[in-house]
Design a protein around this ligand. Structure first.
Ligand code: ADP
Length: 411
């Protein structure tokens, strides 16, 4: 191929890495000038790195070889090195990077600089001594300039990618901050809204107690209301503190061997009296082995799910609680026939303070802390919780709890 064609081809390439551009340049230099060897050295930390080498195998030099700075060719300010016979040019002939190969003629051109830092040098060697006529020098210089452009372009692309990366990281951090700030303002608005209701009850009832002429029965009724509202406030504060403690990893489980079916039965028996409009159906797997779990925490998990099933099916219906023994874990599912959850909220409901806002849910009291607590407690047990739902038809919450760390539950 004609040298000009080779140059055109080299100029038109879009190399993916500096090594590839350097490789193409060394090959072209060697072929066009009929040299024994050609290589590209580039500065790297304290060393000079051979980025590409088209050299005879006998030279024992491969790409990746590194010379200490003072043993390789000097890159500082040296733009052109033309030597017809190193034996006649002291001390070049004695320099390790020349002497090691027994090369006679050397032609080196620096690659220019990107942002003030030298890019490296393109070097050709001939085993025989030979004068380098001006045309040969011009070829080497043109090739070096071309390679310099390629290297500069790649360096720019690298910096651009690094910038993009840090921009993306910055953007993600901003989004996280925004989400946190949103959660915080949701928190403030939920807390103030949810706290205000029981507080209003407490304030109203305690004022009425002070009226003249209230009977002792009325005082009792007011006191009952005040107590209920106070309990509700206490519950909310405890929920928030619990969640914080769990998220900070400060809650330890007290595991014991327990019968999951019996626990589910107890929770449902406890709750049943407050859900007169609902029919409960238990489907418990007789083959369920004992679980190693924290009883109080599991009671809380099942209680929260069954309470939600009741709360969010205000028209009543059936609530089914199913246990199933699976290969590595026990599964508990709570299935209701209530209002359901929109698909885009199925994951979100497990986040703090998330409440699905619809006309129907607005009148139902809640804090958006029940499911986050369930999720944390289940995670502490090494399990998983997720929801499935058909809007307007009902929801199902599944919990899996692994049997004792692969040993399977104690029999
Ligand atoms: P809370 O019930 O106190 O609002 P949760 O964290 O227990 O908080 O639930 C979060 C939200 O998930 C609820 O506000 C409700 O919108 C939705 N949700 C939970 N359980 C059900 C269910 N069984 N059916 C329909 N929606 C539910």
């Amino acid at each position: 191929m004609d040298p000009l064609e080779r140059f055109a081809e080299l100029a038109g390439q879009r190399f993916a890495a500096p090594e590839m551009a350097a490789e193409a340049a060394t090959r072209t230099l060697k072929q066009v000038l009929g040299l024994t060897a050609a290589l590209v050295v580039r500065p790297s930390d304290a060393a000079l790195l051979v980025t590409a080498a088209s050299v005879p195998s006998g030279w024992g030099l491969v790409a990746g070889h590194a010379w200490p700075r003072d043993e390789g060719p000097s890159l500082d300010g040296q733009r052109l090195l033309v030597c017809a016979d190193v034996r006649q040019q002291w001390p070049l002939g004695a320099r390790p990077w020349v002497a090691a190969f027994g090369a006679r003629a050397v032609l080196g051109v620096s690659l220019g600089s990107a942002a003030g830092a030298p890019l490296g040098m393109l070097i050709g060697f001939d085993a025989r001594s030979r004068p380098f006529e001006p045309r040969a020098v011009a070829v080497a210089q043109a090739l070096a300039a071309l390679l310099g452009l390629h290297l500069e372009r790649l360096e720019l692309l690298r910096r651009h990618a690094a910038l993009e990366q840090s921009l993306a990281e910055q953007r993600a951090a901003n989004e996280r901050l925004e989400r946190m700030s949103q959660t915080k303002s949701d928190f403030v608005s939920t807390v103030s809204h949810e706290f205000r209701t029981p507080l209003t009850t407490i304030l109203g009832n305690s004022e009425m107690i002070q009226d003249d002429g209230v009977t002792i029965e009325e005082v009792r009724e007011f006191a009952v209301e005040i107590n209920k509202a106070g309990q509700r406030l206490k519950g909310m504060i405890e929920d928030m503190l619990d969640l914080d403690r769990m998220e900070a990893g400060m809650l330890n489980l007290r595991r014991e061997r327990l019968d999951l079916n019996a626990l589910v039965g107890e929770v449902v028996a406890q709750i049943r009296p407050i859900a007169s409009r609902h029919a409960f159906r238990l489907q418990l797997d007789d083959a369920m082995p004992p679980l190693l779990a924290d009883r109080d925490k599991l009671v809380q998990v099942v209680t929260n799910l069954v309470s939600n099933a009741i709360k969010y099916s205000p028209d009543g219906g059936e609530i089914r609680v199913v246990t199933a023994r699976e290969a590595r874990h026990a599964r508990v599912s709570v299935i209701d026939q209530g209002m359901g959850i929109p698909p885009d909220a199925l994951d979100r409901v497990f986040e703090r303070f998330t409440r699905v806002e619809t006309g129907q849910t607005r009148s139902i009291q809640g804090t958006g802390l029940g499911l986050p607590i369930v999720r944390q407690l289940v995670r502490l047990h090494g399990g998983r919780v997720w929801a499935a739902s058909q809007l307007g038809r009902g929801s199902t919450f599944h919990v899996t709890l692994p049997f004792d760390d692969g040993v399977e539950a104690a029999r």
